[in-house]
Structures are given as structure tokens and as C-alpha cells.
Design a binder for this molecule. Structure first.
Ligand SMILES: *[C@@H]1O[C@H](CO)[C@@H](O)[C@H](O)[C@H]1NC(C)=O
Ligand SMILES: *[C@@H]1O[C@H](CO)[C@@H](O)[C@H](O)[C@H]1NC(C)=O
Ligand SMILES: *[C@@H]1O[C@H](CO)[C@@H](O)[C@H](O)[C@H]1NC(C)=O
Ligand SMILES: *[C@@H]1O[C@H](CO)[C@@H](O)[C@H](O)[C@H]1NC(C)=O
Ligand SMILES: *[C@@H]1O[C@H](CO)[C@@H](O)[C@H](O)[C@H]1NC(C)=O
Ligand SMILES: *[C@@H]1O[C@H](CO)[C@@H](O)[C@H](O)[C@H]1NC(C)=O
Ligand SMILES: [Cu+2]
Length: 179
């Protein structure tokens, strides 16, 4: 990641004071879908045609991974994460997927321990955080509770869903200054 946390923070403070506004068109998929924090991270997701006033009263957000697409084979989740950045510390990601049946492929959620495993979809040291049935119903919820990158992927078919199905993405939670 190049930047240390301190650098990131400084960059963020500078950006926040310069901009003071946020981007919209995120598919948070929750009742609080009108998120208007001062969010800006890594230069991603900025949409200058979409200015909202600062709202400092909102807490952590809950968002459905993939939005209305949920968690399935053949969708570019890296792109989804890119378009929906930034994500903040204590935000919740919701993975929704059908349980195994005769006409659905099973999915799951794994966390890679490092960037190399993530890039190679190497599941050897990855940790399963949700099995094939846990995405059913309201989905599997995961809180971004660390200040380090999270490397998510589907662990099915020995990495094929990760490699060929687009079912992988990285999230670096940012610090939210105000609630
Ligand atoms: C910015 O948001 C507006 C309104 O939601 C949308 O029409 C436009 O396509 C977006 N632009 C980019 C570059 O995402
Ligand atoms: C900010 O968000 C909170 C929680 O969603 C909402 O109750 C409040 O009306 C919003 N304030 C403004 C100024 O939009
Ligand atoms: C997914 O989207 C990213 C960013 O837009 C792009 O770099 C990547 O090549 C895409 N991956 C696939 C498998 O299409
Ligand atoms: C994150 O959530 C935990 C548990 O709800 C809470 O104790 C903690 O203060 C929160 N941290 C931040 C930085 O919001
Ligand atoms: C699924 O397939 C099995 C074996 O082919 C069959 O016995 C079962 O009835 C099927 N279940 C459904 C819900 O179609
Ligand atoms: C998945 O995990 C849930 C909750 O821990 C458990 O009840 C269920 O039996 C597991 N399912 C499979 C297929 O392992
Ligand atoms: Cu999968």
C-alpha cells in the first residue's frame, strides 16, 4: 500500500478541508441510503456532479456487497468496491447469496491473509468467514473492525470463483472523523 496510515490520514485531512463535500450514487442498500459524509478516499468514487452538504450525524453504514447484484459468479466486485469507496472503520458489509440447491452454485466468503494470496486467489492460508449457507436470508454481516486492508473472496471451486468469477475485492477502511 505504499502509504503509512499517518500519511493517509494527512492526505485525507487535506482532501476533506479542500472539498468538504461528498459523492453520492452509492448503493448502500440500507434504509440509511442517503449517506452524505465528507467521504473521499484515494481519489476514488469522487463525483463532482453530485454535491451534498456535510452531514456529520451519521454513524457506521451497512452496505450490501454488489448492491442489487448480491454475491454471485461473473460480477466484477473489484470494480464495485472501487466505485463504492470509501469504506469506513466499523462499516458493515453484507454478503447475500443463495444456499446450495440443484440450480444454484454454492458461494462462500473467505479472507486472505495478505496481498499476494489475494492477487493469486491462493486459498491455502485463507480463512473462511462464511460458509455456503450463511449468505441466505438477510445475508452474512461482516464489520470492518481493523485498520488494515481486507481481502475478500469467494472460496468455492478451489479459487475459480475468485479467479474467473470476479468474486474478490479489497477494502481499506478509512477513519470517520465525525458522527
Ligand atoms: C455522477 O452522478 C450523476 C448523478 O447521479 C450521474 O448521472 C453521473 O453519471 C455520475 N458521473 C460519474 C462520472 O460517475
Ligand atoms: C443527517 O443524517 C441524519 C441521520 O440519517 C438525519 O437524521 C439528518 O436529518 C441529516 N441531516 C442533514 C442536515 O441532512
Ligand atoms: C474489473 O474492474 C477493474 C476496474 O475497473 C478492472 O481493472 C479489471 O480488469 C476488471 N476485471 C475483470 C475480470 O473484468
Ligand atoms: C467501532 O465499534 C465498536 C463496537 O460497536 C465501538 O466500541 C468503537 O468505539 C467503534 N469505533 C469507532 C472508531 O467508531
Ligand atoms: C435436486 O436433485 C435431487 C437429485 O437429482 C432430487 O432428488 C431433488 O428432488 C432435487 N431437488 C429439487 C428441489 O429440485
Ligand atoms: C454453516 O455455518 C452455520 C453457522 O455456523 C452452521 O449452522 C451450518 O451447519 C454450516 N453449514 C455448512 C454447510 O457447513
Ligand atoms: Cu462463488
Amino acid at each position: 500500500m505504499g502509504f503509512t496510515f499517518a500519511c493517509r490520514l494527512m492526505l485525507l485531512v487535506a482532501a476533506a478541508s479542500m472539498l468538504g463535500v461528498s459523492h453520492a450514487n452509492k448503493d448502500w442498500g440500507s434504509p440509511k441510503s442517503s449517506y452524505t459524509g465528507w467521504g473521499w478516499g484515494w481519489g476514488w468514487g469522487w463525483n463532482s456532479t453530485n454535491k451534498h452538504p456535510l452531514n456529520e450525524t451519521q454513524g457506521p453504514q451497512k452496505m450490501i456487497v454488489g448492491g442489487s447484484q448480491n454475491w454471485h459468479f461473473g460480477f466484477n466486485y473489484s470494480q464495485w468496491a472501487f466505485q463504492n469507496a470509501p469504506f469506513y472503520f466499523n462499516d458493515t458489509l453484507v454478503f447475500k447469496y443463495d444456499p446450495p440447491s440443484n440450480n444454484t452454485f454454492p458461494h462462500s466468503v473467505y479472507l486472505f491473509p495478505d496481498r499476494w494470496s489475494y492477487l493469486n486467489c491462493n486459498l491455502k492460508r485463507a480463512k473462511m468467514i462464511a460458509n455456503a449457507t450463511q449468505g441466505d436470508g438477510d445475508g452474512f454481516e461482516f464489520v470492518l473492525d481493523k485498520w488494515s486492508p481486507f481481502y475478500f473472496a469467494c472460496g468455492e471451486r478451489n479459487g475459480i470463483h475468485c479467479k474467473a468469477g470476479g468474486m474478490k475485492f479489497m477494502v481499506v477502511p478509512l477513519f470517520r472523523f465525525h458522527y
